[in-house]
Design a protein around this ligand. Structure first.
Ligand code: C2E
Ligand code: CA
Ligand code: CA
Length: 438
């Protein structure tokens, strides 16, 4: 679907945003998952315009739009739905606390005052929240409930509000997640699973992405989309990432296979990329578990390169000198600033699965995918497509020159033992000539 942009902020405009909300709500009802809608209003916007002029007001809206983009994850939708009103659709929600987290994140981003020309203001926003299906299962009702929550928040001087009737019981759940996550590792509830990455040229496995799994004794499987943001917010992510890198290297050293080398890729959050002790952490892990037949890859997002590019480039270059490869994850969803490509300290680029999912039916996604592949190759980067679910998509990517595929077409993420088995079978099949494997 083409997104019609609001000229000022380059976010989806009201009509386009409402269409995408409608689409998300349909999916939620079909898949029996949850969704959150946030309606965000700038406080005292008329006063700001009066005091500092309309040009300043426009810049402020652009700045706020940028901060909202940072809060939105790849599958979320964000749009400008009124003069100084924005909408944010949060997908894959477990509970209301998840929506609260997004509000907190936005408020943290807005802690730094906005400055333009000689004027400086601290942007304050009010937020109305409604959850689907808890508060409404149709998009227009959902929007109305979120707008009503916003009005109540305004009237009662709260920063954000949920609908006051029919509030989801799980609201306080997130705080429990925070506490439980703290002991999850000690309890052995966390595990690393591995999803194969396969060469599109000869169908040979080139490695795996390590993905964290939390099997909680009290709440069952918790999605990393829920607990990773909590861990990032609380700072627990640092300990978890160190554990993930060590565990992934240890597991990879145990895999038996006929290929010379395989890589294992670990996700590293943006906050850690600019920290000076990341190289030490990697060096320690490599000295403990590093093996010549195992290549370590760090998957980082573009966000890691934007905040303080000088610092992140320096740290990443230092890490690459240790023979570790850097992969840019979820490419295409963030800023995709072409300027940094010139000296990018990276080896691989992963096209976000949102483009891959719609590659066949959406010509814009197909165009973007082709562009990304060409761009990456021009700068000697290997291109990985993630979320490859069917052969049609696989073939379309291969014909566009994509190098590596990852997705349910080959396998979901497997325990280390199961991944070992998968490699074994793959090795056997590879020896039978002419076999067309996925
Ligand atoms: P990601 O890094 O983009 O990881 C890829 C996600 O796509 C994984 O979800 C994977 O299971 C899913 N996926 C793979 N193939 C397909 C496919 O064919 N179709 C579809 N629809 N999905 C596919 P998962 O494991 O739920 O992880 C979600 C996100 O959580 C990851 O996105 C990553 O951002 C984060 N995450 C997971 N493990 C870790 C970790 O150890 N550390 C950090 N910092 N983040 C992690
Ligand atoms: Ca990843
Ligand atoms: Ca990704």
């Amino acid at each position: 679907m083409t997104v019609i942009e609001d000229e000022l902020t380059r976010l989806a405009n009201r009509r386009s945003f409402l269409l995408s909300l409608q689409r998300h709500v349909l999916l939620v009802n079909e898949r029996k998952v949850n969704l959150g809608l946030l309606v965000i209003d700038v406080d005292s916007f008329a006063m700001i315009n009066n005091a500092h002029g309309f040009a300043f007001g426009d810049r402020l809206l652009q700045h706020l739009a940028q901060q909202l983009r940072k809060v939105a994850r790849s599958h979320d939708a964000v749009g400008r739905i009124g003069d100084n009103r924005f909408g944010l659709v949060l997908t894959g929600l477990m509970n209301g606390g998840h929506a609260e987290l997004a509000v907190h994140k936005l408020q943290r981003l807005l802690d730094t005052p906005f400055e333009h020309g000689n004027a400086k203001v601290k942007i304050s926003v009010s937020v109305g929240i409604a959850l689907c299906p808890q508060h409404a299962s149709q998009s227009d009702h959902l929007l109305r409930r979120a707008e009503r929550s916003l009005a109540t928040a305004r009237a009662t001087g709260q920063k954000y509000m949920f609908p006051t009737d029919g509030v989801d019981d799980a609201l306080s759940d997130l705080w429990d997640i925070e506490i439980e996550l703290d002991s999850a590792n000690a309890l052995g509830e966390l595990a690393m699973h591995y999803q194969p990455k396969v060469s599109m040229h000869d169908l040979r496995p080139v490695g795996a992405e390590a993905l964290m799994r939390w099997r909680s004794s009290t709440r069952g499987n918790v999605s990393p989309d829920v607990f990773i943001p909590v861990a990032e917010k609380t700072g627990q992510i640092k300990k978890l990432t160190a554990w993930a890198i060590n565990t992934a290297l240890r597991h990879a050293s145990e895999w038996v296979h006929p290929w010379e080398t395989l890589s294992v890729a670990v996700n590293v959050p943006a906050e850690m990329v600019v920290q000076y002790d990341l190289p030490d952490l990697i060096e320690n892990a490599l000295s403990l578990w590093g093996r010549p037949q195992v290549g370590l890859v760090l998957e980082i997002t573009e966000r890691s390169l934007i905040g303080d590019p000088k610092q992140s480039f320096r740290i990443l270059s230092q890490i690459r000198e240790m023979g570790v490869k850097i992969s840019i994850d979820d490419f295409g969803t963030g800023y995709s600033c072409l300027a940094y490509f010139k000296n990018i300290p990276a080896d691989e680029l992963k096209i976000d699965k949102s483009f891959i999912a719609s590659l066949i039916e959406d010509s814009a996604s197909a165009e973007i995918t082709s562009l990304i592949i060409d761009l990456a190759h021009r700068f000697n980067l290997t291109v990985v497509a993630e979320g490859v679910e069917d052969e049609l998509t696989f073939d379309a990517l291969r014909s566009r020159g994509c190098d590596v595929a990852q997705g349910f077409l080959f396998s979901k993420a497997l325990s280390s033992t199961d991944f070992g088995q998968w490699l074994k079978q793959r090795g056997k099949r590879g020896q039978e000539s002419g076999v067309r494997v996925p």
